[in-house]
Ligand binder design. Structure first.
Ligand SMILES: [Zn+2]
Length: 122
């Protein structure tokens, strides 16, 4: 357990990798101060406030972290039993700036906002 709640939001021009429907709710992720901040790619994350994710700023502000989104298209193959499957996105942060994001399948059954170094393969 992380011991903290909530996330920030990364607003991106994204289409669901499974059905191509636009994803309008953004990617929920944690980086820097976790307090519902809305970011866009290229933005610098804020470490101003508590709690932060991770609890210590990685050296140089360089890290990667798993974020989450859901597809809103009810006919998407990710929907079953009236709920969408949560999809994962790897968000890259270099020098505290959001420099990239890419769709991954890492731990589809877990939402733990895991953090990696830039060098780690995910
Ligand atoms: Zn979809």
């Amino acid at each position: 357990m992380s011991g903290i709640n909530g996330s920030n939001q990364l607003d991106v021009d994204l289409q669901c990798p499974k059905c191509g429907h636009p994803v309008e709710c953004g990617i929920g992720f944690r980086a820097g101060a976790v307090k519902g901040i809305k970011y866009k790619p290229g933005d610098k994350i804020s470490w101003d406030g508590k709690p932060t994710w991770p609890s210590e700023r990685p050296i140089g502000g360089n890290f990667k972290t798993i974020g989450y989104f859901e597809c809103e298209n009810l006919r998407c193959p990710t929907w079953s039993d009236c709920y969408p499957e949560v999809q994962e996105m790897l968000v890259t942060i270099e020098g505290d700036v959001i420099t990239g994001y890419s769709s991954v399948s890492y731990k589809p059954d877990k939402i733990d906002f895991e953090v990696f170094s830039l060098e780690q393969e995910v």
